[in-house]
Design a protein around this ligand. Structure first.
Ligand SMILES: Cc1ncc(C[n+]2csc(CCOP(=O)(O)OP(=O)(O)O)c2C)c(N)n1
Ligand SMILES: [Mg+2]
Length: 808
């Protein structure tokens, strides 16, 4: 394998190398000890394994020491391989940014987190990781976001940062990484480093042979520079000895499994194997013989990713903006007793092994957490080095940005008959008309469904983003088209290829811009509702790291009728309820949507305290992201004034479209596009029954969250706590029945019956896949007016139903 040529290292002095070697030892020790302490020395009363990854951490100890203590600058940002979290916390501890208490509580309540977490850790995690692959892609999209922000004239007084991912080699099996690579190539990615911890082991076993060559080709194809760190400096020196070439060839041809097994077995095993295979070849025999078992093992373990000079050399020489992939050969469990063993992923050192390791590290009992214990350099020298580490020299790593003023009302011309999707496009089109600060900070994005989710008018006004301008040839050729497709550095729409994973990770990056770049963006992403599932883990990831964005998902449900089949969505309203950090809405009318969007633009900017509001028991001051489930179904709009009370109720999740009277037997609670069916059913039932109610539910999610919070508050003694839905249902007679209906899973609203103990029948969609007209599908799945009336009749029998339409 030809090695890339590199110019000799200039910047690192022998003194620095000495200090870095000591710190590397300490990082590895602290990471191992932290895990050991959590598993063996803490009171773990619940009998569960605490876990932690000593082997995976060891694999990256050299690389992370080099990066954090020497290479990185304050404006660089890092996604650390999830199971190298202990290294990260150990490094932050040495830099004075993590407490001993939290290390002692590693994986415990409020302790340092198992996997680096922006929201739960206290030591300045740049990007959360945990679900492998996502943090890696996050660095790519954060780099694009940095370019976007700077192209718009913001954040220019700070140097550009490099977005760095520390990647497990098996992490590269995750498809989202390849989706991101292709997108990065399209968007002209730069300033992004992916450092592959090529230990040739995954969780279960040793990986396939020759993966590095696939990676190399792959990254080259996407315009990346590839730097391979295979041999350490000891090995390079040995290759220059007589017989060295033979040794190199043997290493190159050695299968991954055998190499790992010999690393585990140690010096004597290396000697036997090498002697058996190449030992009869004069020069190389001498090369082997002149080394003790320990020296031989050190030589064979001296892969590029564990050799500080090699690692520093590679990083310091990668000074162009070209995205760069470093393939670093490493040993999983390097320096620990289970190094190289295929079962070491979750392996923990036994107390005896730990004791031996402690002695080898020169750490006295009782001094395990001391920063410089057992290091062969004076503490003052180490401390003064740490005090000057460039990465830690900047101010706080969490930046902030002022809140952007949102207009009190978002104007929109409401047509007599209109869908929420059309309304969404119209609202953005209106915002796009003027050049307010608010409009300038909006950035939209979509995975190839810009036009079909109605972002077209906005994009016509604001243009597409690219670092290099690109004209719309259809326009210059004077071929009529509804949409102008012109790219420029000032454009405000980022067009993605069809990969929903990429959409969510880009939203995650755009939605953290205030904290990463110090410039706030108001991101809006659009996609088809069913394809939320395609990127769901990435959506969860974005919410977990508290990125802020608005998601408009449309079309949704079975309401897309003829489009139907595989495009129908059922489970998404339940995702909307269950997803932490995401407030979900499904309005029926465009005036509701305008209210919700106006609120959403403020909500995504909030960052206040955790206490709940006394009115709705929601923690609105903490803010979050927003999911709008929209529809293409044109429905008749209501002409009505939006009073402040109505506005608040729409945002809180429900309002009486027809308040039930004291003799109410039945009320219908609906969400979204089935509003006409609910209205029709209520109208028909009202001919026979008195005081029928109609509850418009704009957000099952917020109603449910408020209800749960108010119950908790009462259980804690706040006896007067009442949520919005409890207040709405307070006057409904207890014998009334509730029929709930939506174009989505019936469980979304079924819980309404439990609020005040009303008998309830929940209608919705449980099966999918049939195409047809709306009327056919609503009848087929049982969410039309007939179904509502029949359900009401069953739970609260009234007079014989005269109004049921004839069934086909
Ligand atoms: C999406 C996802 N699937 C599965 C896992 C469980 N898991 C954690 S680490 C790991 C293997 C990682 O191997 P590699 O990336 O090579 O890291 P190493 O420990 O070898 O450094 C797996 C399967 C996960 N964290 N995320
Ligand atoms: Mg691995």
């Amino acid at each position: 394998m030809p090695m890339p040529k590199r110019t000799p290292l200039k910047s690192t002095t022998p003194e620095t190398l000495q200090v870095l070697a000591a710190l590397e030892r300490k990082v590895l020790w602290l990471a191992s000890w932290m895990i050991h302490n959590a598993n063996h020395l803490r009171d773990n009363a619940d009998g569960l394994k605490v876990g932690g990854h000593q082997a995976s951490s060891a694999s990256l100890a050299t690389i992370m020491t080099a990066l954090y203590f020497d290479v990185l600058r304050p404006h660089d940002r890092v996604a650390v391989k999830p199971h190298a979290s202990p290294n990260f916390h150990a490094i932050q501890y040495l830099l004075g940014k993590q407490t001993r208490e939290r290390l002692e509580a590693f994986r415990g309540y409020k302790g340092a987190q198992s996997y680096p977490s922006r929201t739960k850790d206290a030591d300045d995690v740049d990007f959360s990781t945990g679900s492998v692959g996502l943090g890696v892609a996050q660095t790519l999209f954060s780099s694009l976001t940095q370019d976007y922000v700077r192209a718009h004239g913001w954040d220019l007084d700070r140097p550009k940062g490099r977005m760095v991912a520390l990647v497990g080699d098996a992490e590269l099996d995750e498809g989202n990484i390849f989706e991101a690579l292709l997108e990065g190539w399209k968007q002209g990615l730069r300033n992004c480093w992916w450092i592959i911890d090529y230990n040739r082991q995954s969780l279960d076993a040793v990986v396939r042979e020759g993966l590095w060559a696939r990676y190399e080709q792959l990254f080259n194809n996407f315009g990346w520079k590839v730097v391979i760190l295979k041999y350490g400096s000891l090995q390079e020196a040995a290759f220059k000895e007589p017989g060295g070439e033979t040794l190199r060839k043997w290493i190159d041809n050695c299968p991954n499994q055998l190499y790992s097994a010999l690393v585990f077995a140690g010096g004597a095993a290396w000697r036997k194997r090498l002697n058996d295979e190449i030992g009869d070849q004069g020069d190389v025999s001498r090369l082997i013989e002149k080394r003790s078992d320990t020296e031989l093992a050190a030589l064979m373990n001296n892969l590029g990713g564990h050799d500080m000079p090699t690692v520093l050399d590679a990083f310091h020489n990668a000074d162009s903006e070209q995205p760069t992939c470093f393939i670093c050969y490493t040993v999983k469990g390097f320096g620990l007793p289970f190094a190289g063993h295929k079962d070491n992923h979750a392996g923990l050192m036994t107390p005896q092994q730990m004791d031996t390791y402690r002695q080898a590290m020169g750490v006295r009992p009782g001094h395990e957490w001391d920063k410089f214990e057992g290091l062969n350099l004076p503490a003052e020298r180490l401390q003064s080095f740490l005090d000057r580490v460039p990465f830690a020299a900047g101010g706080p790593r969490r930046l902030s940005a002022p809140t952007i003023d949102v207009p009190d009302e978002l104007p929109v011309t409401i047509q007599p008959v209109m869908s929420t999707q059309t309304g969404f496009g119209a609202i953005l089109n209106e915002i796009g008309r003027n050049d307010s600060d608010f409009a300038r900070h909006i950035v939209t994005t979509s995975p190839d469904v810009t036009v079909s989710t109605n972002l077209g008018p906005w994009v016509n006004r604001r243009g597409l983003f690219a670092r290099q301008a690109m004209a719309d040839t259809f326009k210059s050729e004077r071929i009529p088209s509804t949409f102008t497709w012109e790219f420029s550095p000032k454009g405000q729409h980022i067009e993605l290829g069809i990969a929903e994973m990429n959409l969510f990770i880009l939203l995650s990056a755009l939605g953290l811009s205030h904290s990463i770049n110090g410039e706030r963006l108001l991101p809006i992403g659009t996609l088809y509702d069913p394809f939320i599932a395609r990127g769901l883990d990435a959506l969860n990831y974005a919410c977990y790291q508290d990125a802020r964005f608005i998601l408009a998902a449309t079309p949704s449900g079975i309401t897309l009728a003829g489009e139907g089949g595989a495009h129908q969505s059922i489970a998404e309203p339940l995702i909307g309820i269950a997803q932490d950090g995401l407030a979900s809405f499904e309005p029926a009318y465009v005036d509701e949507l305008a209210v919700i969007m106006g609120w959403a633009f403020s909500y995504i900017q909030k960052n206040g305290d955790l206490s709940s509001s006394e009115t709705n028991w929601l923690r609105d001051e903490t803010g979050g992201s927003v999911y709008l489930r929209l529809s293409t179904r044109p429905i008749e709009q209501m002409k009505r004034p939006i009073t402040p009370e109505l506005r608040q109720q729409i945002v809180d999740g429900a309002y009486w479209q027809r308040k039930p009277g004291p003799n109410c037997q039945v009320l219908v609670a609906y969400t979204g596009a089935v509003a006409p069916e609910a209205i029709e059913a209520v109208g028909l039932m009202a001919e026979d029954r008195r005081d029928v109610g109609l509850l418009a539910v704009t957000s099952a999610d917020r109603l449910n969250a408020g209800w749960a919070a108010a119950q908790r508050a009462r259980e804690r003694g706040l006896v007067r706590a009442r949520s919005h839905i409890e207040r709405l249902l307070a006057d409904v007679p207890s014998h009334s029945g509730i029929v709930t209906v939506l174009d989505g899973h019936p469980a979304t609203l079924a819980w309404l019956g439990a609020v005040a103990g009303h008998r309830t029948r929940a209608l919705g969609v449980e099966h999918f896949g049939q195409t047809g007209s709306l009327a056919e599908l609503y009848r087929h799945y049982g969410i039309d007016a007939n179904a509502i009336i029949a359900a009401a009749q069953t739970i609260v029998p009234g007079r014989p139903i005269r109004h049921l339409k004839a069934l086909p």
